[in-house]
Design a protein around this ligand. Structure first.
Ligand code: KIV
Length: 292
């Protein structure tokens, strides 16, 4: 049964995630883009499944996240939310879906809740997104903030680069995190920032921080599904990614064995085929011989 049909009693709610701080177990977030990735994440005990706009890169093969559309996000959210029973599902709002006005933002985020079945949305940006975070929260849409390297700003930032390395930039990050918290965000992603700055933000804000490339002091960690599992072994991975498997190799080997078996006539075997009942088979053969 999906969360769209019912809200299972074991489901991790937004207030439950918020109240992990202070002192609760660290939050484990994983990106998921479809039913199987969400089911695996759910079964492995992930607390939060983020339908990341990283899908533009790892699913669609795009060079960045900027081309993901709202319709695509709603579609991916609906697959993920059908697999989630305990995990909180969060939609990562695509570029330009929350930049063009407060009412547009409510309408677009509302589609991810109503059609996609998610419980919360994530927006990139701190102080400059405070008004839209506040407006969404006032309209009953919980918001996860995201500061540091915000991939939707790569053109403005000049690429995928570590943020907050100067004193001024580090101070701005702390201010951005505070602004997101004050606007009502229940949780905050910190991406690609020095560990010292992430530690200061984590100590300063009362909402949980979830790091990716932000060191060990955050209240939780997130990794991208395909990076964690090693599905693209030829990709140059950032230093913060730890691969917990080499499933790309295993999948390729399995497909290669299937190919060889087909070419060599070893697949399917007789046991993997359907057969006529014995008597029908005998009559069928007699008929074939009589009318070649
Ligand atoms: O899109 C994404 O996957 C993300 C995470 C890396 C936080 O934003």
């Amino acid at each position: 049964m999906s969360k769209i049909a019912a809200f299972p009693p074991e489901a991790l709610s937004v207030p439950a995630v918020r109240s992990r701080k202070p002192g609760g177990p660290k939050l484990v977030m994983l990106t998921a883009y479809d039913f199987p990735s969400a089911k695996l994440g759910e079964e492995a005990g992930a607390d939060i499944l983020l339908v990341g706009d990283s899908l533009g890169m790892v699913i669609q093969g795009q060079p960045d996240t900027l081309r993901v559309t709202l319709d695509q996000m709603v579609y991916h959210c609906s697959m993920v939310s059908r697999a989630a029973r305990r995990a909180l599902v969060v939609a990562d709002m695509p570029f330009l879906t929350y930049h063009t006005g407060l009412d547009d933002a409510v309408r677009h985020c509302g589609r991810c809740v109503q059609e996609g079945g998610v419980q919360a949305v994530k927006l990139e940006g701190g102080a400059k997104r405070a008004a839209v975070i506040r407006h969404l929260v006032q309209n009953e849409i919980p918001v996860m903030g995201h500061v540091g390297l915000t991939p939707q700003s790569i053109h403005a930032l000049g690429g995928f680069k570590v943020q907050g390395r100067t004193l001024e930039a580090a101070r701005q990050l702390v201010a951005d995190a505070r602004a997101a918290e004050e606007a009502g965000a229940f949780c905050l992603v910190l991406e690609c920032i020095p560990a010292e700055v992430a530690a200061e933000i984590t100590a300063t804000v009362s909402i949980p921080t979830i790091g990716i490339g932000a060191g060990p002091h955050c209240d939780g960690q997130v990794l991208v599904f395909h990076d964690l599992l090693g599905l693209y072994e030829d990709a140059r991975l950032p230093r913060f990614v730890r691969r917990y498997g080499t499933f790309g190799t295993q999948m390729r080997e399995a497909i290669g064995r299937f190919r060889e078996d087909v070419v060599e006539g070893r697949f399917p075997s007789s046991g993997e085929a359907f057969h006529l009942p014995e008597e029908t088979s005998r009559l069928f053969e007699e008929e074939r011989r009589a009318h070649p």
